[in-house]
Design a protein around this ligand. Structure first.
Ligand code: CA
Length: 434
């Protein structure tokens, strides 16, 4: 398991020439999975390649791929493929890589099996069974915690386990769908208030999609955790900070988070990420290692992921002026204090059953530098955000569009991208009369 093979070969090229544009997120070494439909068509599984989508249903019908994994991946949701485990996604990846490789006769059927990306309407990649959100960044936890308690900013358990809460699966939406500013309750100087949030924020996170299933009562040790990692995407854990501060004690976040969560449509598989596995980040100075059940050789040497992640803001005025978006955050997932495998082992350590299509959020991926602050609440600790066109922000305004991008990088490997996770903020709905 977890070995490099011909699908990762930097010299392999696709017959889809756009896959090799230097800035393409989707070279043949990536092959992320998603679910799409064409105008008037039925949803089906696809693979991003350059500026096109490989229609897996059409490829099956043309006899270019076959087998149980390909059948499952062509369905209108990826749950069945996820249930089949990592061996199935490895087999599928090998077949698709072969099909798209330069010299394959499938190129003559390009019109039948490729869909231009702009004609593909992306959907959620699977039915999301559950959504849990972690807090893996020490820098994020420290900066925000220090406002409350400068002496002991971190939650007491932070260095002992990956802290998390159960979030809401029903309000997860695919990139491109707008986010409506929520109404909520919080405490102002003049008393308890209800109305549209005045502190809507983004949180840049990694989405971790799970494969396989453990029965209730059966934990997932670190030796088995990597097999449960189906793949990754970008996740925006929209947060209403005013509501969050008021409602959190003592049971944790609730309506401040369930308002909406955006995910990028393409799942970059754990197989595609093998060249970008890095050692788990070193423990902070003076911090003891976690208990042994969080440790494995694999995690120490390969549990982290080198992914450069960015946040861009496009305001309504920037759109009118025709200027590009402004970058607010540049960070790297490799600095996280807890790895995806440790999140899986922790989540199932009480015997909780994790299901195919379960979604984990990594928590805000802030790093140590100022530019690596991955939400507005952290950035404005040092003053309002000043945008290149003279606008300023503390939190998001109606008409603002937030765009996440991510790119895995490693020496000697072809860099692969995650596509975008973007959404525009729409005004709050009027509170219903009566
Ligand atoms: Ca979060």
């Amino acid at each position: 398991m977890n070995a490099l093979d011909s699908t990762h070969d930097p010299k392999r090229r696709a017959w889809v020439t756009s896959a090799h544009a230097p800035d393409s997120d989707f070279p043949i070494q990536n092959l992320p999975l998603g679910v799409f439909s064409r105008e008037g068509g039925t949803p089906r599984g696809g693979v991003a390649i350059g500026d096109h989508v490989l229609d897996l249903r059409a490829a099956l019908e043309a006899g270019l791929i076959s087998g149980e994994a390909a059948e499952a991946a062509a369905e209108p949701s990826l749950n069945r493929l996820m249930a089949m485990g990592r061996a199935a996604s490895r087999a599928l990846r090998a077949a698709v890589s072969e099909l798209l490789a330069e010299g394959n006769a499938a190129a003559s059927q390009a019109d039948a099996i490729l869909v231009p990306m702009q004609a593909a309407r992306m959907q959620l990649p699977c039915a999301i069974a559950n959504f849990s959100d972690f807090m893996a960044s020490r820098d994020h936890s420290w900066r925000l915690g220090a406002r409350r308690d400068p002496v002991a900013p971190l939650p007491p358990a932070f260095d002992s386990l990956p802290v998390a809460y159960h979030s809401r699966a029903s309000s997860v939406r695919v990139s491109g769908e707008p986010v409506v500013r929520p109404n909520g309750q919080w405490k102002r100087k003049d008393g308890v208030y209800f109305g549209p949030t005045e502190a809507l924020d983004y949180e840049l996170e990694l989405a971790v999609w799970l494969a396989g299933e453990n029965a209730l009562g059966v934990p997932v040790p670190m030796s088995q955790a990597p097999e449960r990692l189906f793949g990754y995407g970008l996740l925006n854990d929209w947060s209403a900070r005013d509501v969050q501060r008021w409602e959190m004690p003592p049971l944790g976040p609730f309506l401040a988070k369930s308002l909406s969560t955006s995910v990028s449509p393409w799942i970059v598989t754990a197989e595609a990420m093998i060249p970008f596995e890095v050692p788990a980040a070193p423990r902070a100075e003076g911090v003891a290692p976690p208990l042994p059940y969080f440790d494995s050789d694999w995690n120490r040497t390969r549990g982290g992921l080198a992914i450069a992640m960015e946040v861009w803001l496009l305001t309504r005025r920037m759109r009118v002026e025709g200027s590009g978006p402004a970058r607010l955050t540049a960070t790297d997932f490799a600095t996280m204090a807890w790895t995806p495998a440790q999140m899986v082992t922790h989540h199932a350590s009480n015997g909780c059953n994790l299901l195919p299509g379960d979604l984990l959020g990594s928590g805000t991926c802030s790093g140590p530098t100022d530019e690596a602050r991955a939400c507005m609440a952290e950035i404005i600790l040092t003053g309002p955000i000043e945008l290149p066109n003279g606008e300023t922000r503390r939190f998001l305004e109606d008409g603002d569009e937030v765009i996440f991008r991510g790119r895995a990088h490693a020496p000697g490997a072809v860099s692969i991208g995650f596509g975008e996770c973007r959404a525009e903020i729409l005004p709050a709905p009027p509170w219903p009369a009566g």
